[in-house]
Design a protein around this ligand. Sequence first.
Ligand SMILES: [Fe+2]
Length: 283
Amino acid sequence: MLVEAGGLPEQGNGRSGAKDPGARRRRRRQQQRGRGRAEAPPAMSAPTAVQRLFEACSEVFSGPDSTSGAVPPPAGVERIKSVLDSITEADVSLTSTMSYFRRATSRGIPKITYLHLYECKDFSIGIFCLPPRGVIPLHNHPGMTVFSKLLFGALHVKSYDWAEASKDSADVQSQGLCLAKVKADGILNAPCETSVLYPEDGGNLHCFTAQTACAVLDVLGPPYDDDSGRHCQHYNISSSAPSAGDSKSLPGDDGYAWLEECEPPRDFRLVGSTYMGPRILDN
Ligand SMILES: [Fe+2]
């Protein structure tokens, strides 16, 4: 997913502090220290929640028993999920009153903010901040295992997996359509369990629509990477089914949809901003 640069960081107290030069200097120093790079380890103290998440992800996705790019074994999935299940918005210094979660205007689709916490070749950690009625349009996660923890808010999730029948049909593929089976179509209300999707199941394609202000903590393993064939592709729901040939034998009821590749919608804006919560120490 393409993240635009920009967006001001915000402190956890919900005020921008824009008129306080001292706060500005402190914030600049924090940003310079923390831009997604490794830091020197501090004196011994209990690890923060994001540090425990980073360590679980490192062991599961980058550890000696892992296979780069592969789906982790069930115990590994459970390890990351249990850490995510315990994380709250306070652990990442977010509150729903922060400007990320406010609509700039009452018209159109509000912009989404992405806070980057960490990325290496094996996994990434970040937070999507959605104002009310914010939409992350339908997109895929090719070859990826994705954990999504809704930190607060009410989020409508519609997800799909590719239908087996569609993959085998050259007739359908020639028409640029692919059949997907609905996996989930409902509203998640925080607090709730972490969702997990896999390359072939669990709802690999999804669309998020915020019913209220929402924050979603995401772990991608591995991250998107065009050079490795993991391109983030957006999709439209086709209004018509394929017209001829063996497509007649494919299912077409309410539990399925025909998807066609598309460009991201023009009004979809995903803007990066600096994460200001506890830092991840990569030691
Ligand atoms: Fe996604």
